[in-house]
Structures are given as structure tokens and as C-alpha cells.
Design a protein around this ligand. Sequence first.
Ligand code: LLP
Length: 418
Amino acid sequence: MDHFSYRDGRYYAEDVSLETIAQAVGTPFYCYSTATLTRHYKVFSAHFTDIGAKVCYAVKANSNLAILNTLAKLGCGADVVSEGEIRLAIAAGIKPSDIVFSGVGKTATEMAYALEQDIFQFNVESAPEVELLNQVAVSKGKKANIAIRVNPDVDPKTHAKISTGMKETKFGVAIAHALPLYKLAAKLAGINVQGVSVHIGSQLTQLEPFQQAFARVRIFVDELRKEGFTISTLDLGGGLGIPYGEDEPPLPDSYAEIAKQETKGIGCQLVFEPGRVLVGNAGILVSRVIYVKKSETRNFVIVDAAMNDLIRPSLYGAYHHIVPVVAPAASVKPEAVDIVGPVCETGDIFAEQRMLQLPEAGDLLAFRSAGAYGASMSSTYNARPLVAEVMVNGSKYEVVRKRQTYDELLSRDYIPSW
Ligand code: LLP
């Protein structure tokens, strides 16, 4: 459930009309709903309060400080993958003791920064990484708390580009090879082995892959304990999908049931790293139609947002529901339209042959479910400034990221002295 809806034929974010925001900040812009984000966090985390699990929001899904701060105030932690994300999480008010640091390529500088902040846990993904982390920790007179991310070789049945738990991917350590790595880590003075972590992919729409992965990890935790390891944390990653179109991914309650069932009596602090499920449907992208161009075979609706603002359709063929901000009369018949951006690539397409009431130049369109991996994956390709981001709370709204100016865009580069 989200708080974007029509009122008398006009699309609203909570109690604010999107036409009003468009007039004030221009287009395109991302718009986030505080009520939706809060609701999603509460629904998700409520299933785990009884077992004292940590919910660490995957910052990469949307790293706007306003999103992070809203979650911080609700008691949420952070799953980060770079020093930049650690800095953002802390700046937003997330406690370092609620931060887990994931990712296959942490650098020594990033490790040093994370150690200085005394984060909760490093999710380590290889032998060279554990060795480097040990060196950095020793040099700082610190001990790094680690979990080793295992790769359970489970097909998450999602898009190939966002599958992470199969043996062909770069992520984690095969369960069969993980024990020697635990033994190595246990000997290192700068390392405190405390847990196991797993994350098999994103936008999962079925429960079975989670269930298989959690079951495999559970067996492995038992094996580690038999070998004498104290395993006190178990990080089950993120990945729960959201409904973008017709699909109906499992709800957090059945996901939680599987997670609890597969870890029953395990005696570990559980950690979850949800990204998309918290923020995906808490954000939309609003764009204005520049032209309607009719070719022999197509109705092209050319909008002022492009693949640089929301890359998911181009990159993954992802579906985003597109709705008019002012609903046209019901008598206007839907026809097949292609919604495209101005970028000079055929792949700059948001929807192909979508049945929609043909909009007119000047109309506003909203791309739904754009809160996750929308703004955070945007770029300035084609020298297009990063768009504004707005957050709504009831009848109030504020700009939470200013639209980048052309001066800012141009000031990044330098002409060399020669
Ligand atoms: N934990 C780790 C270690 C991850 O790599 C990810 C996402 C998450 C948690 C959060 O997953 P979520 O709950 O959001 O599914 N750009 C792609 C998604 C990439 C996901 C990368 N890792 C997209 O737009 O679909």
C-alpha cells in the first residue's frame, strides 16, 4: 500500500498535488512519501521485533539523506557498500553500531574509515579481503567484527543482472570453501569472527529461493559451531521484491515466516538488509511530455525524463507503471504508445507499446515504484543535470535534493594547463 492516489482526477502524494510540486520545482523530479516509507519500514520490522533482529536498510536503493533520516528516526540501521554510504548513513543519524558493511571490493581506506566509526560488522567476501582487513585493523589497534558472506548457489529466479547467490557470480564464498576461510580468519589478531551472511539477489518474487538459501546457511552455522566457532550473528540479506506491475511478490509476513522457520532456535542475532521493499513504492518520478511524435507505426511520447534519471527500464527491461497526473476523460480510448526520453540512444525507452490514453505535450506523467534504484542510479549522461528530489509529509513538502544547476555541472571539469 502506498500514499500516491487520485483525488478528483488529480494525482497526489499524500495531501499534496503533484501539479503543485511540478509548478514549484519544475520537472522531472522524484517525489517521496514519508507516510509510505514509514509504513513500509514498520510493516517489515514489526515481524522481527519479537526476535530482536536488526533491520539494516540497503542504502544503495536510495541514499538521499531525507530517506535515511526518516528511517534513522524509526530506529533503522544501514547496510552500506562504500565509505560514501557510511558517511551518508552517519550524517542522517544512523548509529555506527547499526551499520553493516557489505561489498566485494572494500578498499583499505574504506576499511580504515569504517573501523574508526566502530561499525557493527563487515560482511567479508574473500580471503584477500579478510587479510587486508586484518592488516588495517592491526595497524589501528582495532578488531574488526566480521561475518563471512557465503554463496549458497541458489537460483533466485530474478533478472540475471541482479542475481547474486549463484556460484557463477562474483559474490560471497562457496559454502564448501567457507570453512577454511573461517579457520584462517580465526587466527588473525585484527579479526573477530562473529557471524555468517548471505544475500542471493534482488527483486525476488518467490519464497522458495530464500527458503533454500536460509536452510543451507543454517546447516553451515551448525557445522561452524561443531568446529568450535562462536556464531552470534546471522545476516540474511535483502532481496524481497515489490509489485511493479501485475506481479505479486510475497508479502513481508510470509517472508518473515520463512526466515523465522528456517532459523528457529539458532541463537543468533538476525540481520536483514531490505532496500527495495522499504523505499521502492515510496517514490515516483514525475516528468512532463515535451512532444507527441507520430510515426508510421508508433506513437512516441517524448518526455523530459530519460534513462539517465531512471535507468531501470533501459538496463533491466524493468516495468514501471506510468500514470497521468491529470486523469484524462474516460471517453479517451487507450492506444499503444512508446514513452521515450530525449537521450540519444534507442534504449532510452520507459515503455514500449504500452496501452495508455495518449497524452498531449505539456501533460505530466508519473512513473510509479521509482523510489528504489531510481535517483541513486542516476547520472548526468548527455550533460543532463541531476533532477530535484522532493519529500512529502502530509500536506507539507520540501525539496530534499536541489536540481543540479548548469554551473554545478560545468564546474566539475577542468581544462588542462597545456
Ligand atoms: N544486501 C546486499 C548485499 C545487496 O547487494 C543488496 C542489493 C541488498 C542488500 C538490497 O537488496 P533489495 O532488498 O533492494 O533487493 N539496481 C537493481 C538492484 C540492485 C540490487 C543490488 N544489491 C535494480 O534496480 O533492480
